[in-house]
Design a protein around this ligand. Structure first.
Ligand code: SF4
Ligand SMILES: [Zn+2]
Length: 135
C-alpha cells in the first residue's frame, strides 16, 4: 500500500513509514471489503509480523485512533483493547467523545452512536456489494 500518502491531520512522527514492509503491497490486503469475515487479515498479519517498524506503526495507529484497517499487526478492535491495556481513555469511533463504560461495544459511547454506526456500515456494505454485482 502507499503508506507514504500524506497524513496532514495526524499526530506523531511518520518517519518510520520509510521502512514499512507493506510498501507496495495491495491496499485491500490491509483494508478488506468486509473485515468481519474470518481470516480476511491473514495475509496482512504475515506482512506486519515481519515488519521492522511494527511497534512504531502500532503506536502511531493507536495515537491517531485509526478506525479501520490492520496497523501494527492489529485490527481496529484489537487496537482498542491495546489502547485500554495502556490505560488510554476510550474515545468513541462515531462522535469522538471520551467515555468510561461501553454500553454494548467497546468502540462506541452510546446506543445512539451504535445505531448511527450500524446504519452507516449497512449503507457502505450495500453500496460495495451492489458495485461488485455490477462489475
Ligand atoms: S506494521 Fe504492518 S501496517 Fe504497519 S508499517 Fe509494518 S507492514 Fe505496514
Ligand atoms: Zn459517540
Amino acid at each position: 500500500m502507499d503508506i507514504t500518502n500524506d497524513f496532514p491531520t495526524m499526530s506523531g512522527s511518520t518517519e518510520w513509514m520509510a521502512d514499512a514492509a507493506c510498501r507496495g503491497v495491495d491496499t485491500t490486503v490491509f483494508f478488506p471489503d468486509d473485515p468481519r469475515i474470518s481470516g480476511r487479515y491473514a495475509e496482512a498479519r504475515l506482512v506486519c509480523a515481519a515488519c521492522p517498524v511494527r511497534t512504531a506503526c502500532l503506536d502511531w495507529a493507536i495515537l491517531n485512533r485509526l478506525p479501520a484497517g490492520l496497523w501494527g499487526g492489529l485490527t481496529p478492535s484489537e487496537r482498542h483493547d491495546e489502547s485500554s491495556r495502556r490505560g488510554y481513555p476510550r474515545v468513541c469511533d462515531r462522535c469522538g467523545s471520551v467515555f468510561a463504560t461501553p454500553p454494548r461495544t467497546k468502540r462506541l459511547c452510546s446506543p445512539e452512536c451504535l445505531r448511527a454506526h450500524t446504519t452507516a456500515r449497512k449503507v457502505a456494505w450495500n453500496r460495495s456489494s451492489s458495485n461488485a454485482r455490477n462489475d
